[in-house]
Structures are given as C-alpha cells and as structure tokens.
Design a protein around this ligand. Structure first.
Ligand code: MSP
Length: 651
C-alpha cells in the first residue's frame, strides 16, 4: 500500500510556532505509523511564499521578497529535524517547477472554459487574502481578523467553482471519511447548503506583483490560494512524474480548522475541473491556545518549538502535543500541563516501568531474556497477554483515525497493567525461592516482551526515545525492520537477547520553587523570630490531641529510588506528597529499590529538612519494626489499605 500525506504549506510571514509544530508532528507521526504498517510513504511539507502578506512583511523589513522568503523558509526547514520530523519532500511555491505547474493548470482550466474575466466588487479582507461574503461578516468585520474589510471593485479572472457545487455535495455525502472529524464535514455541508459563488483567482499587477503571472494575461498574477493548493500536486511530479500515479490516488491532507474552506471547497472543485480524481481524506484539527488565551504576537504568548525542545526535549514535546490534544478540538498549552505529562506519564509510568523491569532482568537473569514458561493458571499472565493483544487492535484503529490521544491512552493502559503485574508477581520474592525459578523467568520474559511491543507502538510518536529503548532491549537492528501486525504478535523477543540497564529515559522536572518552599516550611508558616512551639509529652506520658495534631502525616507515593554512595543502609526516595520531595530512609536492608516504586507510604511531612550523607531529607517514612531473639530485625513500611491521591492527610 502507498500513503501520501501532507501538511499545509506555511506562510513565511511569521516564524514557526507551536501551531505549525503540531500539524507537522501529527503528519510525521502518521507517516511513521503507516511505514510501521509496511506502507510506501511520501510525506510532504513546505512553505507558501507568494501573496500580499509576504510582500508586505518583506517591505516592512526593508528587504526584497526573494531575500525575505529565503530567510523565513530556511527557519521552517531548520525546525523540522529538531522535532524529529523526517519529511520526504519540502516544497516552496517559489520553486521553478511549481511555478510552471501552476501556469500549466491555469492554462488548461482556462482552455476548458472554467476561468472567465469579469468585474467584481466586494468586501476584501487582507488577512484572509480573499473576498468575504456579506454573511461571513460579524458586525461588519472579518471574524478572524477583527478588521473591517476594504470595499474593492476590480476586474479579475474567476474560476467557475459554482459549477461543481452539486458534485461536491454528493461526493462529501457519499464518502463519510472524506472530511473528518465529523463536525468539520457538517460545517462544510452546511456552508454548501447555500449557493456557492465563483472564486476570484487573480490579482492585478497594479496592486500586487509578488505572485505567479497568469499565462494568458500578463497584467495579472495568480491569487495565492490557487497557487498554494497546487503544491500538493507539484510535489509528486504532476502530471508526468513517476510518483504521481502512485501517490495521488491516496492523498491525505492535514490542516487546522482555519483553512477548512480552501481545502474542503476550493481544492476539490479545482481538482475536479482539472479532471483528476478527488483526494482521499482531509484531517482537520483544532487550535492550540496558550493558558486558555489565543496565541498571538501582540499578546506576547507565542510558544516557539525551540524553547520547548530546550526545556523538555523532543520526545516529551511530541508526546505532549499528541496526548494532550483531542484531534479536532481546541486545546490549551501551559507549562504546568507539559511538566505534569513529563513527570507523570513519561518519567513515572513509562520510564520507571522500563528501568525497573530491565534492572530486574540484569539482576535476576544475568542480563539475558530468560525462556518463557507461561503458566495457564496464572490470572496475571492471561490478563497481560490479552491486554497487549487488545491494545494493538485499538492502537491501530485510533492511529488510522487520527485519534492519537486515544491511541496513547490504550498504550498507557498496558503500561499501568505492567506496573501492577510487577507488584502482583513480586520478582524479588520469586528470586528468593529456588522452586520459583521458572516462574521468575516467565515473569521477566513477559516484561521484556511487553516492553518490546510498547517500544514498537511508540516508535512513530517518540522516534528518539524508542531508539534508546530498543537499544537497551537489544533490539536495534530487528527493530528497524519490524512491521505491524506481524511484529506485534506475542513471542517476538528472542530468548537470550542481551539486555542492558538503561540510562534514565525521561528525567523528572523538579519544581524548584516548590521544593524551596518545602525545604522551609517553618519560616513560611510561622514568620521570623517567633519561637517554635515543640510538642511536648505530658508528665503522665500521654500526648494531647493538640500535640498530636502538630505532626502532619501524609500519604506519599514513591516514584523513584536511588542508592546513596557509602551508605549501605540508606535509600534516597523520591516521593509525591503531592509535591515532589526527597526522603532519606534507612530501609535498604529490607527493601530493594524496584519493589518500592509505586508504593504508597505514610510520611511525616512537616519535619525540618536535614541533610543526610549530602542528600536533603524532607520528611520521614513511617515503618513498623519487629525484633527477634537472635538480634535480627524485620522492618515493614506503613502503607494505606487502599489507593488514595498522593498527599492525602492521614488523621
Ligand atoms: N499558507 C496557508 C496554507 C496553504 S496550504 C495549501 C496558511 N499558512 S499558515 O502559516 O497560516 O498556516 C496555517 C496552519 O498552521 C494551520 O492550518 C495549522 O496547520 C497551523 N496552525 C497555525 N496556528 C495554529 C494554532 N494556533 N493551533 C494549531 N495549528 C495552527 O494558512
């Protein structure tokens, strides 16, 4: 099968921002997904370089349009590899072959009688670069640009778009997948329920020269949209290039809702007038806002891809935008939301699962994938294999429908299940019992195999991180060849594959301010100079309610565990309570790091922080201790009898 998928070609009057990055990441992810399914894929992006907006922006900078477009299109091209976007072709509308194709098409449509010369007067919005109908105006203004359009009366060339209205309505109705999500399909059909006007496709050179000259009248240049949409054909060598036949029949365009009308109405009618078959699918997404506000230069809240990559790394950025936005709806970006996704989904859930599983294989199986010995009686084995199988089916469906957030939800369902599988099967306990050696092998095999499949399905989303995951799983080469659905079948990892303990895949982002606050709870609560009141035990050895109330006990969830150099008995726990803090606990002889991750324990949360062996301890973990006659001790951490939100008060 072949896949041809495109982004819009971006105007070069502004530098790349989160919105451009999103559409391009989505398109890259989809193209990687189709490749993973074995398709021959062509992925195209590019820049839209003609028109009034660009000419104006260049004039503002005091440089020629040519110099200007070269500069900004280079900035777009430099952004994509940083976002791990790997397009097959980058088109610029100032490319010679594109200019020629546009002129050839204009001539053909003109010769066929679908372009005519006429006078028009109407409301022209410069921002939209088109005439708006009376109905589109809100309080006399363009609703998108909030400015009153200019009243322009001018002779121009027109494309007989109205001629194809009935065909278009029929085509959309007969092909429910043509425009998705459905809300946008309905929007287009509703617009088409009114008579369609013809499209003005020229600009007189007296007003604009920065455009493609009409082949049949040199006093005019081509309207930027008629020029721009044709990029989707030029890029695959229309009309005679070898790739054209292969890719045009499967063309899929990805856009945001702002350019729905040109893509769902102008473009299909233009294609029809050229005598070509319709494109296959149009995928329309919503808008990224920032902190619930429109992203705009004047507000000064434009989010730049480079800043995000610097702060969070490319994998987090890609994961975040795909997981956070429901394709089709608007979404709001905030620093808190991306930090939360990195810490919770990536560092805690995926990162910990990965490092804890691989560390156990290194420790208990000599760093080699042990042989499986599935236990038909084991509820947890059956549950795991079934869940992985179901996940793969749902993942493929959601990815195909551009429901990336849902695809990620189902993958994270399995990640959660695997974390529970580890707790249920407690490999560290199995390792203590010779008789359980086979069971231990099987649990470790199941972990390695599940991680292989998770790595595979996350590859289109996080190409860099999954490359590291594949290397740690000893899969680098086979991984590149793997194709779904075959590669998703259980049993793909080879027994004996050498596993290595991975470096931290996703570092947690420390919230510095909160930590500082946490480190000085007394100061912030009591104010300076006031003597601290210590709870004191009364003479009869009892404490009052008041005194006990001074201890703040909270539920804390352990998210990471590290050993401390030259301190065999101590472990450094990173916990959420609900903010992140570190606690040093003398429990290393009683617990291994991997069995602690994910546990909810009880801590004293308002102890004055102290440094132990150079590590700041911001609280104390409660535990029960039993002493035996031979002097040995058993220590069991105090936990809570159910799961509760980290940070809940224990009273
Ligand atoms: N040049 C035209 C497109 C021609 S395609 C034949 C154009 N360019 S643009 O630079 O304005 O890009 C618009 C596209 O950028 C949107 O459709 C979307 O893909 C992306 N985004 C720009 N701002 C966005 C948000 N705030 N949120 C999400 N994506 C948005 O229109």
């Amino acid at each position: 099968m072949s896949t041809y998928v495109t982004t819009p070609i971006y105007y070069v009057n502004a530098m790349p921002h989160l919105g451009h990055a999103y559409t391009t990441i989505v398109t890259d992810t989809y193209s990687r997904f189709r490749r993973l399914c074995g398709d021959d894929v062509r992925f195209q992006t590019g820049t839209d370089e003609h028109g009034e907006k660009i000419a104006e922006a260049a004039a503002k900078e005091g440089i020629s349009p040519r110099e200007y477009v070269d500069k900004i299109s280079a900035a777009f091209q430099a952004t994509w590899p940083k976002l791990s976007v790997a397009q097959d072709y980058t088109i610029r509308t100032t490319d010679k072959d594109h200019v020629k194709t546009v002129q050839d098409i204009l001539q053909q449509v003109y010769d066929n009688g679908d372009i005519y010369f006429s006078e028009y007067s109407g409301h022209y919005c410069q921002g939209c670069e088109r005439f708006l109908t009376e109905k589109e105006l809100v309080d006399g203004k363009c609703p998108d640009h909030q400015v009153a359009p200019k009243q322009i009366s001018e002779q121009n060339y027109f494309f007989r778009m109205s001629k194809y209205q009935d065909w278009l309505v029929e085509h959309i109705k007969a092909n429910p997948e043509y425009i998705t999500p459905e809300r946008y399909r309905n929007e287009v059909l509703s617009f088409l329920s009114e008579p369609l006007e013809d499209l003005c496709i020229s600009r007189p050179t007296s007003r604009l020269t920065w455009g493609i000259p009409l082949p049949f009248d040199e006093k005019f240049v081509t309207y930027v949209w008629f020029d721009a949409l044709i990029n989707y054909l030029t890029g695959i060598g229309y009309p005679n290039g070898p790739d054209f036949e292969k890719y045009w029949s499967v063309a899929e365009h990805v856009i945001a809702k702002d350019i729905l009308k040109p893509h769902a109405i102008y473009w299909p009618t233009m294609i029809k007038a050229m005598g070509l078959p319709a494109y296959k699918r149009l995928h329309v997404h919503g808008y990224w806002n920032v902190d619930e506000t429109k992203m705009s230069k004047s507000i000064g809240n434009v989010v730049r891809p480079q800043d995000l990559i610097d702060a969070y790394g490319v994998d987090t950025v890609r994961y975040f935008v795909l997981r956070e936005m429901s394709f089709g709806l608007d979404s709001s970006f905030s620093t808190d939301s991306i930090v939360a996704r990195q810490n919770s989904d990536l560092a805690n859930d995926l990162g910990n699962l990965f490092s804890r599983s691989l560390t156990m294989i290194v420790k208990y199986a000599d760093g080699k994938v042990p042989p499986p010995d599935q236990d038909p009686e084991s509820e947890s084995d059956r549950e795991l294999m079934l869940a992985v199988e179901k996940m793969l089916v749902a993942y493929e469906q959601h990815m195909q429908q551009f429901n990336f957030h849902k695809a990620l939800q189902v993958v994270w369902g399995v990640i959660g299940l695997l974390n529970r599988y580890i707790v249920t099967n407690a490999p560290w306990e199995l390792a203590k019992d010779e008789a359980m050696a086979k069971r231990l092998d099987n649990v470790l095999y199941s972990l390695a195999e599940s991680l292989r499949i998770i790595t595979l399905v996350l590859r289109p989303i996080m190409p860099d991180a999954t490359g590291k995951m594949a290397a740690a799983l000893g899969l680098s080469e086979a991984f590149l060849e793997a194709r779904l659905p075959e590669a998703g079948k259980w049993g793909g990892i080879e027994v004996g594959t050498a596993i290595s303990s991975p470096k931290q895949l996703f570092p947690r982002i420390e919230k510095k301010k909160e930590q500082q606050k946490q480190a000085q709870p007394e100061k912030s609560k009591k104010g300076k100079g006031k003597k601290k009141e210590e709870p004191q035990i009364t003479e009869d050895g009892l404490v009052t309610f008041d005194q006990f109330g001074k201890f703040e006990l909270r539920v804390a969830e352990i998210t990471a565990v590290d050993t401390i150099a030259k301190a065999d008995r101590l472990l450094k726990l990173t916990v959420l309570a609900p903010e992140e803090r570190t606690i040093v606990a003398g429990i290393a002889e009683h617990y291994s790091p991997e069995e602690l991750i994910g546990k909810q324990v009880i801590i004293v949360a308002n102890l004055k922080p102290v440094k132990l062996r150079g590590v700041l301890s911001q609280g104390m973990v409660l535990a029960a201790k039993e002493k035996f006659e031979d002097g040995s001790e058993k220590l069991v951490l105090s936990t809570i009898a159910g799961t509760i939100a980290p940070g809940s008060r224990v009273a």
